[in-house]
Design a binder for this molecule. Structure first.
Ligand code: ADP
Length: 400
C-alpha cells in the first residue's frame, strides 16, 4: 500500500511516497521558492541520489503537478502510474478544538479547517489549497488530514487557559493549542517501544528542538502541557522567534521604535530569538562554532536557550508528578551533543544523569544516560512524515 504525504507551506511543498507494508521510503522531495525566482524541485530517492530540477513554479497547483510528474518520470520516477497511490495524507497545522485526531477529509472537514483560518492565518489557507488541488486530481483516493495541534487536545483547562477574560476564549478560541504534535507523538511512541514499556505507564518530556522548538509533557501517552501556545511564537526562545515575553513589551516597542502592531509581530517572529540575541545567526551550528572562538553573544544565546529548556523540564516534572524519560529530537536535539549536555547539566536534582561519552552521537536513536540515572535520556530521530503516513493508513483501513 502506497501513501503520498504532502506538507504545503507558503512557498514550499515537502512530500514523501512510502510503501506502508514495510514502511519503506520510496522517494522524498521538496518544491522550493514557489512564486519566486529560482524555484526548483529537489528529489532524494532510495539510493541517496539527489536530483534538482529548476522549473518555473508560479503556484502550488504547478508545484503539485510537477511533484506528481516526478513520481512517474521515466528516468528517476519510482512508480509506473499515479494509480498506484492508495491514499494521501496532508499535514494541517491547526485543527483548533475541533480535531482531536487525524480525520478522513470530507466537505465537512474542509469547512471546519477553513473555520480555523482566523486562528492560523499563515498556515491553514495554504494547507487547504494543497488539499483542494489533490482532491480535484485524485477524486477517488482517500485523503486524510493530520493536525499539528491534535495531540495536544488532551491538555486540561488548567494548562490551556490564559489569564484573560473567559469571554475571549469563548468568542475567539484564545487558548493554548500547542504545535509540533505530530513529532511529539511520534517520538513518544518510539520511545515506549525502545524502553519496552507501555506508554500508559510512562511520564515523558519530549524536547523538539529545531528552528522552531517546543517542550511537551506526555503523561501516560497524553499531552498534558506544552510550551507553544495560541501560536507557535510562545514558549522557548527559537531560531528567529522570541518565545514568551512580557506582553507589555509589545506596546513599549511600538512606541519607542515607532512600529505598528503587525511590524512588532513580524519582529518577534523573524528578527528575535537566538538570531536577535546573538546578532549573528539563527542556526545553532553557527553559534556553537562562534562560541568556540570566543564570541560571547553567541555563547549567551546558547546559554539562554539551554536554561529555558531546563526550566520547562523542571516545571513539567512537577506537572506530571514524576518523570521516567526525556527525549531530544529535531535538528538540534538529534545532532548537538553540546546542547544536550548543557541542558542536562544540573538535572541530577531530578534524577537525570547524562553520560557524556554516550552522548557523543549525532543523527541516531540512542540512550545517553548513565547507568545509575533514575530518568532515562534518549535522542530519537523524529519522522513526522512517517507518522502522517501511519495515521493515513490507519484511517484508510478503518474507513477506506
Ligand atoms: P525545522 O524543521 O524547524 O526547520 P530542524 O529540525 O531541521 O528545523 O532543525 C534545524 C536546526 O537544527 C538548525 O537551525 C540548527 O540550528 C540545528 N542543527 C542541525 N544540525 C546541527 C548540528 N550538527 N549541531 C548543532 N545544531 C544543529
Amino acid at each position: 500500500m502506497k501513501v503520498l504525504v504532502i506538507n504545503c507551506g507558503s512557498s514550499s511543498i515537502k512530500f514523501q511516497l512510502l510503501e506502508m507494508e514495510t514502511e519503506q521510503l520510496l522517494v522524498k522531495g521538496q518544491i522550493e521558492r514557489i512564486g519566486m525566482d529560482g524555484s526548483r524541485l529537489k528529489l532524494q530517492g532510495k539510493q541517496e541520489y539527489v536530483i534538482e530540477v529548476k522549473h518555473t513554479i508560479p503556484d502550488h497547483r504547478t508545484g503539485i503537478q510537477l511533484l506528481l510528474d516526478s513520481l512517474t518520470d521515466t528516468n528517476y520516477g519510482v512508480i509506473d502510474s499515479l494509480s498506484e497511490i492508495d491514499c494521501i495524507g496532508h499535514r494541517v497545522v491547526h485543527g483548533g478544538e475541533k480535531f482531536t485526531e487525524a480525520v478522513v477529509i470530507t466537505d465537512e472537514v474542509i469547512k471546519t479547517i477553513s473555520s480555523c483560518i482566523m486562528i492560523a492565518p499563515l498556515h491553514n489557507p495554504v494547507n487547504l489549497e494543497g488539499i483542494k488541488i489533490c482532491l480535484e486530481l485524485f477524486p477517488q483516493v482517500v485523503q486524510v488530514a493530520v493536525f499539528d495541534t491534535a495531540f495536544h487536545q488532551t491538555l486540561p483547562e488548567t494548562a490551556y487557559l490564559y489569564g484573560l477574560p473567559y469571554e475571549l476564549y469563548i468568542k475567539y478560541g484564545i487558548r493554548r493549542y500547542g504545535f509540533h504534535g505530530i513529532s511529539h507523538q511520534y517520538v513518544t511512541n518510539t520511545l515506549a517501544q525502545k524502553m519496552g514499556r507501555p506508554l500508559e505507564e510512562l511520564k515523558i518530556i519530549t524536547c523538539h528542538l529545531g528552528n522552531g522548538a517546543s517542550v511537551d509533557a506526555v503523561k501516560y501517552g497524553r499531552s498534558i502541557d506544552t510550551s507553544m501556545g495560541f501560536t507557535p511564537l510562545e514558549g522557548l526562545i527559537m531560531g528567529t522567534r522570541s518565545g514568551e515575553i512580557d506582553p507589555a513589551i509589545i506596546p513599549f516597542i511600538m512606541e519607542q521604535e515607532d512600529m505598528t502592531g503587525k511590524q512588532v509581530y513580524r519582529y518577534l517572529n523573524s528578527k528575535s530569538g537566538i538570531l536577535g540575541l546573538s546578532g549573528l545567526s539563527s542556526d545553532f551550528r553557527d553559534l556553537e562554532s562562534a562560541a568556540r572562538f570566543g564570541d560571547t553573544r553567541a555563547q549567551l544565546a546558547i546559554d539562554v536557550f539551554a536554561y529555558q529548556v531546563k526550566k520547562y523540564i523542571g516545571s513539567y516534572v512537577v506537572s506530571m508528578g514524576g518523570l521516567d524519560a526525556i527525549v531530544f529530537t529535531a535538528g538540534l536535539g538529534e545532532n548537538s551533543p553540546y546542547m544536550r549536555a548543557k541542558i542536562c547539566d544540573g538535572l541530577e536534582v531530578i534524577g537525570a544523569k547524562i553520560d557524556l561519552r554516550k552522548n557523543e552521537i549525532r543523527g541516531e536513536d540512542a540512550q545517553v544516560n548513565k547507568d545509575d540515572s533514575d530518568v532515562e535520556l534518549w535522542t530519537i530521530l523524529t519522522n513526522e512524515e512517517l507518522m502522517i503516513a501511519r495515521e493515513t493508513k490507519r484511517l484508510f483501513e478503518q474507513y477506506g
